[in-house]
Design a protein around this ligand. Structure first.
Ligand code: ZN
Length: 274
């Protein structure tokens, strides 16, 4: 009888410890989901990985609204990360890169309707060029309070190879242009094509940015480094709402990296090779 009781207690302790360990593990791999969009439009190019159709985007925003997701402005997302605080469940943030004109036509009306705050990272050298937002559209969206405008450098170069002066100009030039145009502080940057290193991060901090956004599908970025905040790419595959939901869990980045490593291992042993 005593042996049986001891066994039950032992099993209980094991289960509790396992649950605690699992909880700690989940906490360690969680990243606040910051979604990364680019273009929202129709395209006939099957290889286009950055454009999603307007009705898919509208469906995703409706899902966030109906499922009561807490979509926060970038300021709030950054403050959670700065305080090393895990946000309440169903918290997410939304960003757009490059400043395509279709963001005004196909994104702005939808996010206004659902009151979903979003950020657009603008390449200031492209403002008003064919296919890109013009000053009037950027100003109108910024003044609405629903769209936050931030910087994506001046000319979208691969910045790790730039000399100090050009790098400084890319970072400070775009920040100054947007601040003068909009009469507000521009605190955030996203790296063109995801390129950055420690020198670039330091230059970004020196230029006065409070945080910078990145994406690296092959590497699990630090949880709390404000100058390489992980984002989740929303590609045409997220047309499926279940895929979209998985990307919003905060665990997607971890499993994506694990999956990449798994595929890498397998690529070392190609099928059919003896
Ligand atoms: Zn870009």
């Amino acid at each position: 009888m005593i042996r049986r009781v001891r066994l039950i207690i032992l099993c209980g302790v094991f289960l509790v410890l396992s649950a605690v360990a699992f909880g700690i593990f989940l906490n360690s791999i969680y990243r606040l989901p910051v979604l990364m969009y680019h273009s929202v439009d129709y395209t006939s190019d099957k290889k286009d990985r950055i454009t999603i159709p307007p009705e898919v985007f509208a469906k995703q925003m409706k899902f966030l609204h109906d499922s009561k997701y807490n979509v926060v402005p970038l300021d709030k997302a950054v403050s959670y990360i700065a305080q090393k605080k895990r946000p309440p469940s169903k918290t997410a943030a939304i960003t757009f890169d490059d400043g395509y004109e279709n963001n005004y036509k196909n994104v702005f009306p939808v996010v206004k309707e659902y009151h979903i705050p979003v950020t657009i990272f603008i390449i200031t050298g492209m403002i008003g060029k064919d296919g890109y937002l013009n000053r009037k559209e950027i100003k109108e969206m910024s003044d609405s309070g629903i769209v936050d405008i931030e910087s994506h450098t001046k000319t979208h170069l691969w910045i790790t190879g730039l000399g100090d002066k050009v790098l400084e100009d890319e970072l400070e030039g775009s920040k100054n242009t947007l601040e003068n145009m909009l009469g507000k502080k521009v605190d955030y940057l996203c790296y063109p094509m995801g390129g950055y290193d420690e020198r670039v991060k330091e230059a970004v901090r020196r230029a006065g940015y409070k945080a910078a956004f990145a994406t690296k599908p092959t590497r699990l970025l630090p949880v709390y480094d404000l100058y390489e905040i992980k984002r989740v790419r929303i590609s045409p595959a997220a047309n499926n709402l279940f895929v979209f939901y998985i990307k919003l869990t905060g665990y997607h980045a971890f499993f994506r990296v694990v999956m990449n490593d798994y595929l890498d291992i397998h690529s070392l042993f190609p099928k059919g090779k003896k």
